[in-house]
Design a protein around this ligand. Structure first.
Ligand SMILES: [Fe+2]
Ligand SMILES: [Fe+2]
Length: 394
């Protein structure tokens, strides 16, 4: 073959805000359709043709997500060439740099509807059309537009355009950003990218509860899973009863025992990692530590807001002045449908008629069982009891 020595390189630029499976699938199709030796994702620093929306991820973060999304993809790389160069990201500048890096290579620019239909206004268009070919990517919804724009460019500039239609995935990053706020859209994202978005709370994301449950369950022992699911159910109905945020209650309940399976030593490693101060009682009692390490994981891995982390943090000992959510999680943990101990029915009824009284009963019961185990009650539990007694009297 006459051209077998020419390296064919696809360049896929864009904001990737965030990168989704429409992008990765298009990249895969382009590699296949054009027989590319290499495809390079190039996240834009400052696109010349559009303003990034306010809640956008930083360039470094978008680059990071691209690296996660393309991990394991054959012939696919990610380049920070535009981010490192700084300033406005003009494609012609990028191609010139790449021509030096890959002398003699044949460059194919991957372009979606937005890019292709504004291509004529790009800087150095006359130079560009002589130095690149185009791979037009279209989603189902914009297919006719892109065909029209492509025809115009072919006729006017004689640039070669090949289509890589991707009709199965019809999503844009801006639609996806909206979905993420509504606990939706996970199916359009690479699993690691989704976890990264949740961890860093990008785009105002709220995690999909099925995903959160899956993740939590994977960290629990099989025997604890029904307890956690029961606790979730109880926490949500208590939140509805007492006017607390049901989503916060659900999140806290799902995550409240997430580190319970870990050994004391593993708990202490987490304490060190997250700068968790422990008292003497805690550093020798794995039962007490899991609430603090659980709260740290909820914050760090699942990007949970403070009120949810606090509900997890205080679910074992309680504390004086517990918030409504903290009291709900404390008591839900005690009375979830799987619990069966003398007095649980009274406690269940009380939880729906007088929450403070139920929490007080729970705290007192916990003191009893701690004493029975020959342990010293935690000072926070004693303080919580005193506090509740005072506030119930008042
Ligand atoms: Fe627990
Ligand atoms: Fe629990």
């Amino acid at each position: 073959m006459a051209f077998s020595k020419t390296e064919k390189i696809g360049l896929f630029g864009g904001t990737f805000n965030p990168v989704h499976i429409g992008h990765t699938e298009a990249a895969r199709l382009a590699v296949e359709r054009l027989g590319l030796d290499k495809l390079i994702f190039i996240p834009t620093l400052n696109p010349p043709h559009k303003e990034l929306p306010e809640s956008s991820a930083s360039a470094e973060t978008r680059l990071e997500m691209l690296k996660l999304a393309s991990k394991g993809m054959e012939s696919v790389e990610v380049s920070d060439i535009e981010i490192s160069r700084g300033g406005i990201s003009y494609t012609a500048d990028t191609i010139k740099e790449l021509q030096k890096l890959y002398p003699g290579a044949e460059f194919w620019l991957l372009m979606g509807n937005d890019m292709l239909c504004t291509f004529e206004s790009w800087r150095s268009i006359d130079w560009l059309v002589k130095n690149i070919s185009i791979c037009a990517l279209s989603r189902h919804s914009d297919k006719s537009d892109i065909e029209l724009c492509a025809k115009n460019l072919e006729e006017k500039y004689g640039v070669e355009i090949v289509f890589a239609h991707n009709s199965a995935i019809d999503i844009s990053s801006s639609q996806l950003r909206q979905l993420l706020k509504q606990r939706e859209g996970r199916e359009y994202l690479n699993e690691d990218v989704y976890a990264f978005i949740v961890k860093n709370r990008l785009y105002g994301v709220k995690p999909d509860f099925d995903w959160l449950r899956e993740k939590a369950t994977a960290m629990l022992s099989a025997s604890r899973t029904p307890h956690v699911l029961g606790c979730e159910q109880e926490a949500v109905s208590l939140a509805a009863r007492w006017g607390a945020d049901e989503d916060d209650a659900r999140s806290a309940a799902i995550l409240h025992d997430i580190t319970k399976k870990l050994t004391l030593n593993e708990q202490l490693i987490l304490c060190k990692k997250y700068d968790i101060m422990t008292d003497t009682a805690e550093s020798s009692n794995v039962k007490l530590l899991h609430s603090k390490t659980g709260a740290a994981i909820a914050r760090d891995i699942f990007g949970m807001p403070e009120q949810v982390c606090d509900a997890i943090k205080w679910h074992t000992t309680g504390r004086p002045g517990m918030s409504l959510l903290e009291r709900i999680i404390y008591i839900a943990d005690y009375i979830e449908p799987g619990r069966n101990f003398p007095g649980v029915d009274v406690l269940r009824r009380t939880a729906y008629t007088d929450l403070d009284k139920a929490v007080l009963m729970g705290l007192e019961m916990s003191i009893e069982s701690v004493k029975e185990e020959g342990q010293i009650p935690h000072p926070n539990t004693l303080l919580a009891i005193e506090y509740l007694k005072r506030s119930i009297k008042a």
